[in-house]
Design a protein around this ligand. Structure first.
Ligand SMILES: *Cc1c(COP(=O)(O)O)cnc(C)c1O
Length: 507
């Protein structure tokens, strides 16, 4: 090709629209956002569809020629939006899903418009400072130490992986970063309660520690880690020649919302010189709710903390966060020497690089939606919303306690509730049944409640997920939506009761 011809032809309008065209595209898209948030509470939570039906509507050959933007928006609205589960619905209680907000969705659009890469300060001065500032706010929210540093990552699983990677390197007697775990001579061991999240186990696998060296610690009747059981396991492992290196406490378990007593766990960790990591992915932001603040006492003693703004800070995914008490420890793990990333700068702040604190290099501007949420709503209103979520869960527990056909299966600590439907006759029989008889009844109730779960999910009015509570099947809900009201909890109870009565043939 003649070099003068290169770049002569303009990019097609589809790749490089004029400002007026961008405005038109944006108006149409923002109109969709307004419609979506305006009608969200009236739609069915789940589409009644199958994988085959979805594919039939979506499958297409790779497009060689482009398509008009409005036609594609229509496709997104008519097909993609309507064949989706709506996690922002006020009666979506499944898993731990952020409800999202309009302003943070728009912030994400603007973040993609500016499109900075948050590799280092130099690459994105203002965005890097926004990230530093929002991380600082998060430290304040949970009452963490001022000298800590951290960054946003894709989510809680990644945040836990980061914390455990730093823990491993800090506590290994050799330089595992260079030499690898195979040269340790004896296995390293990690402790987490039986109720802890599986991402810790996954991280242990990835870090060469091994799933078998993740020791589940017994819990008490409130599903909190037993500090004494932890100390006992550490002693046992030391006697056998293992290398205990880290304990993960959970501030809000996914099953029941239990918060381990952080001060007690911190004591054990410091007694044995092991790393203290707190998985606060679900519960952490409940520190904004005045009635829950005490649950997080002792978090300032953690060596690292994992959080998920894309849960209880209501921001859309993806957005996790890892905080390190001693940032130098993180640099020891993630710092790399490579000429093409060497920073030539005089000011330390300007030489700052996020790649020294986590595994990612190119990073999107996740901080903007967190900054938007905190700046636009403020911590007072956020704290009230979180408080209301917890009150909704408490209110549901009261409804269950008054009913003769339900059983609550775990204490409500934050905004998670676990329960099962129990036809009145069975409930009466259960109270006087022997342990053997109870086992039989439990099996019957497990099967019934599994079917109730499916029926409620299909119904589209309310959405629950499930949990295992001491070997029994539980219906499980989590209130994580600022739109959820007491009335929604009453509707949920009716939905489950109706499904239960229907499946029992009215009995
Ligand atoms: C959600 C959650 C995780 C995993 O976070 P992701 O953002 O889904 O990767 C880990 N631990 C706890 C306690 C959680 O609630």
């Amino acid at each position: 090709m003649n070099p003068h011809e290169i770049g002569q032809a303009a990019a097609p309008p589809s790749l490089d629209p004029l400002p007026d065209q961008i405005l038109e595209m944006g108006r149409a898209a923002i109109g969709m956002i307004a419609d979506y948030y305006g009608t969200l509470q009236n739609v069915a939570i789940t589409p009644n569809t199958t994988s085959r039906a979805v594919r039939e509507q979506l499958d297409q050959e790779i497009p060689v020629e482009g398509e008009d933007f409005n036609v594609l928006l229509e496709h997104i609205s008519q097909v993609i939006f309507s064949l989706s589960r709506h996690n922002g619905h006020p009666r979506f209680f499944g898993y731990i899903a952020s409800s999202g907000t309009a302003a943070t969705a728009i912030a994400d659009l603007l973040a993609s418009t500016l499109n900075p890469s948050l590799t280092s300060w130099r690459s994105a001065p203002a965005a890097a400072e926004i990230e530093r500032q929002t991380i600082g706010w998060i430290k304040q929210i949970i009452g963490y130490v001022p000298e800590a540093e951290g960054l946003f990552v894709s989510g809680g699983s990644m945040a836990n992986l980061c914390g455990l990677a730093v823990a491993r390197d800090a506590k290994a007697p050799i330089n595992v970063k260079s030499l690898g775990c195979q040269n340790l001579g004896r296995p390293m061991r990690l402790y987490i309660s039986e109720e802890g999240h599986h991402s810790t186990s996954k991280a242990a696998g990835l870090l060469g520690i091994g799933h078998d060296h993740v020791r589940p610690v017994a819990v008490n009747s409130r599903f909190q880690m037993e500090a004494r059981a932890l100390a006992q396991l550490v002693e046992e492992d030391l006697a056998k020649g293992y290398l205990p290196f880290c304990v993960v406490a959970t501030a809000g378990t996914v099953n029941t919302g239990a918060c381990d007593r952080l001060e007690e766990i911190a004591e054990v960790a410091s007694k044995y010189g092991i790393w203290f990591h707190v998985d606060a992915c679900y519960g952490g932001f409940a520190a904004l709710a005045p009635s829950k603040r005490d649950l997080f006492r002792g978090i300032d003693r953690a060596d690292s903390v994992a959080l998920d703004p894309h849960k209880w800070l209501y921001v859309p995914g993806d957005c996790g966060c890892i905080l390190y008490h001693d940032p130098a420890r993180a640099r020891a793990t993630f710092g790399q020497e490579a000429e093409y990333i060497r920073i030539i700068a005089h000011e330390a702040a300007e030489a700052f690089a996020f790649w020294d604190y986590g595994p990612e290099l190119t990073r999107r501007f996740r901080a903007l939606k967190v900054w938007m949420m905190l700046s636009h709503v403020g911590t007072a209103a956020l704290g009230e919303a979180i408080e209301r979520n917890c009150q909704c869960a408490q209110y549901f527990a009261q409804l269950l306690a008054k009913a003769d056909d339900f059983e609550i299966m775990a204490p409500v600590e934050l905004s998670i509730f676990c329960f099962r439907y129990m036809p009145p006759l069975i409930k009466t029989a259960y109270t006087t049944a022997s342990p053997e008889q109870r086992k039989t009844i439990d099996q019957e109730l497990n099967a019934l409640n599994e079917r109730i779960l499916t029926e409620v999910q299909r119904g589209g009015s309310s959405y629950l997920s499930n949990a295992g509570i001491v070997g029994r099947f539980a219906l499980r809900g989590c209130v994580l939506n600022y739109r959820t009201r007491a009335r929604d909890m009453e509707i949920l109870l009716d939905d489950v009761r109706r499904a239960g009565q229907h499946l029992r043939g009215g009995g």
